[in-house]
Design a protein around this ligand. Structure first.
Ligand code: PRX
Length: 676
């Protein structure tokens, strides 16, 4: 890795919160040596109804041999996140500051929300939730597009101590049902539908299907609150007047099915709701939200994040990693349904009193320069997206970028998967004009916020390296046997001690939490990723080393896709592996053994692709489905995925096959490999 180093632009260094590696090292050292002092200093910027107990500020156990794993920050402290994010801003005279510029799918459709208005709407909706019987600890599922009602709904939950569980609105009704059931949610919040580019998604219909499925499992949601979003689209004036704009739009689009006993319109409920709501003071470790992520066994894991630690970590990472200053305009393209959206669309920016752009649409609509048009329109200073988006945009003529000024940009963020050098350089040179810092931020739903990342004003950048740990984070590389890899080398990426924003458990399943993350290496949190350290100490996250796939930044397990495929009556067995993809990073390559008497034909392939879309979501659709009359198995019946991965990659030599029960299988699979 003899890499060229890119130093931060002196203009960025000058204004930076952390402006030298010396300062970074010093702050990092303090954060590790005395975490209590470090974080309690930061916590002073927030409001605490009661303070933390000094000698119980930070306690934890990462070692399963010493008892249950636990992580506790700021025991004794009570606070309320919505109060810290909104009331404090209003009380300190920033009520008229824009919290969100909302940019719709259609460029003609846009809106804005000040901190004052966001507080009022949050309180109103908190009162609506209360009127539906929601109280502290109840779960509320949110299945919404990137519209302003989504952060309002989340913050309203925090106002009263309800626990939100946002489900990405690209998930299927099956996935939604599974999450509603697992979280035992009482209320579901959604929208009638949303346009994504030229595609219409009827979200309420998907919710209806999900709620039917939930009913079959003897569970029932008490209330479904629906934002009339499509209808409003036909009346931009309604939108401009605030988030509650209603109108008489195209009835054909808005004819949603309705259950009078269960469904209510958001705007009807909000009409008479009071715009103030006294916050419920929550304990530092009270649950804040559940966010589901794929688990390698196939069943999704409901990661639980709690109040105080998450709040201070979200705000602190946001401030330093994007080097946010008052007056900046920040734009994160992520969907709120992912952890990036939770921490870096909602909680982090609002925790710093920032102004952000919330974007509903896609990068290619109405044209391939939509992102760059938005950057110029709002004079964006920090832009944050995923390598898959960068790769898909760099395929087109650079003119789409260069015909926009982009002169306000200072920091470019990347998240979700390793960024390849070519994409990094294009981002740096074409989008950033060679003068912006790139923050290649490594984190996970589990970590809550950035854990390995450059800081814009200090870290010399190497394309593709997430560089160094954030404050409070102590990474190690371990070999197969759990020995620490010192200096240059490669291994399992683990963390030695907790930082405030990490998850606390899996909702309702602490045992699985321990076995999934803390069994493999005693005393460490195991990320499931591999990483290298170069001679300069830079960390390079190389990707998952478990049975997980990262397709366009969406994490999924091979097992969950295999389960869906194997349910088809024509499928006897299925094995799914990852294949490299130039835009998506990775894609799904599936081997299918048909059941006795069934044929493998195009119809079956189409059916299987459709089934995966329907059962998991469109983002999980397999790219390749190959006929596999048999799968390569050891004598004990274990599928040799290593060999399947090589076949999928187009290689001829799959390595040593002597452990296979039937070695001829490989030859057959190589012959049947489709030309892709
Ligand atoms: O494999 C790593 C990859 O994304 C995984 C986490 O996925 P998820 O929980 O869905 O959260 C995605 C958004 C944070 C990680 O285990 N990943 C994320 N960011 C990076 C990355 N891999 C390399 N470099 C990154 N910057």
């Amino acid at each position: 890795m003899a890499d060229k180093i890119y130093y931060p632009n002196p203009e960025i260094v000058k204004r930076s919160h952390c402006s030298s590696m010396e300062q970074y090292r010093e702050m990092h050292r303090k954060s590790i040596e005395d975490p209590v002092k470090f974080w309690s200093e930061i916590a002073k910027q927030f409001y605490w109804e009661t303070p933390a107990i000094e000698d119980k500020y930070f306690t934890y156990n990462f070692n399963v041999d010493k008892g249950d794993v636990f992580i506790k920050w700021m025991e004794g402290a009570t606070t309320n996140i919505s109060f810290n994010l909104l009331d404090k801003a209003v009380k300190s005279g920033h009520g008229d500051k824009i919290a969100f510029y909302w940019e719709g799918n259609d460029p003609e459709d846009y809106s804005r929300l000040t901190y004052k208005k966001l507080l009022e709407e949050t309180c109103r909706f908190a009162n609506v939730l209360k009127s539906k019987g929601i109280t502290k600890g109840d779960r509320v599922v949110i299945y919404m597009p990137n519209i302003l009602e989504q952060p309002i709904a989340m913050l309203a939950c925090t106002r009263i101590g309800a626990v939100h569980s946002v489900v990405f609105a690209g998930y299927s009704s099956d996935s939604l049902a599974e999450r509603i059931l697992d979280s035992k949610a009482k209320v579901l919040i959604t929208a009638d539908g949303v346009w994504r580019g030229e595609k219409l998604l009827l979200l309420k219909n998907i919710c209806d299907e999900a709620l039917e499925k939930v009913k079959k499992q003897d569970y029932q949601i008490e209330c479904c609150i629906v934002v009339s979003h499509l209808r409003r689209l036909n009346n931009p004036q309604g939108r401009m007047n605030g988030v509650n704009g209603t109108s008489n739009g195209d009835t054909e689009l808005t004819n949603v099915s309705w259950d009078n006993d269960r469904d209510v319109w958001w705007h009807d409920e909000m009409e008479d709701a009071e715009p103030s709501c006294y916050p419920v003071w929550l304990a530092a470790e009270d649950p804040l939200f559940i966010l589901y992520t794929s688990g390698s066994t196939g069943k999704p894991k409901g990661l639980l994040h709690t109040t105080a630690g998450y709040m201070i970590f979200a705000a602190t990472t946001f401030k330093y990693v994007f080097d946010y200053h008052p007056g900046d305009v920040y734009f994160c393209t992520a969907d709120i349904g992912w952890i990036t959206g939770h921490t870096y669309v909602v909680y982090g920016p609002l925790g710093c009193g920032a102004t952000s752009v919330l974007f509903e649409g896609v990068p290619f609509y109405p044209d391939k320069d939509r992102f760059w048009k938005i950057v110029d329109k709002y004079k964006v200073t920090q832009f944050y997206t995923a390598p898959t988006a960068i790769r898909s945009l760099m395929k087109f003529n650079d003119d789409y970028v260069t015909r926009n000024s982009l002169s306000t940009l200072k920091v470019l963020g990347s998240v979700g998967e390793p960024i390849n050098t070519e994409a990094w350089l294009w981002y740096y040179n074409i989008v950033g004009h060679g003068k912006c810092s790139i923050s290649d931020t490594f984190f996970q739903t589990e970590t809550g916020g950035h854990v390995i990342t450059p800081l814009p004003g200090c870290t010399p950048m190497k394309p593709g390296s997430a560089t160094f740990p954030f404050f409070g984070v102590l990474p190690e590389l371990l070999d197969e046997d759990g020995h620490i890899v010192e200096g240059e080398g490669e291994g399992y990426l683990v963390f030695r001690q907790p930082w405030p924003g990490m998850m606390r458990t899996l909702y309702g399943n602490h045992k699985r939490f321990q076995s999934a993350y803390f069994e493999r290496f005693k005393g460490y949190y195991c990320t499931g990723d591999g990483a290298k350290r170069d001679a300069d100490g830079y960390l390079w996250v190389t990707g998952r080393i478990d049975d997980m796939l990262n397709v366009s930044g969406h994490l999924m397990s091979t097992a969950e896709v295999e389960n869906v495929l194997a349910e088809h009556s024509s499928v006897a067995e299925a094995a799914v592996v990852s294949k490299k993809h130039t835009v998506k990073g990775e894609c799904l390559y599936c081997f299918i053994t048909p059941s006795d008497g069934k044929t493998f034909d195009e119809k079956l392939q189409i059916e299987l692709k459709k089934r995966v879309r329907e059962r998991i979501g469109a983002f999980a659709q397999p790219d390749v489905i190959q006929h596999a009359p048999a799968l390569p198995k050891t004598r004990s019946g274990k599928i040799m995925r290593r060999m399947l991965r090589k076949i999928a990659a187009g290689e001829e030599d799959v390595g040593d096959t002597t452990t296979l029960a039937d070695e001829t299988v490989i030859k057959l699979l190589l012959e049947l490999r489709p030309k892709v």
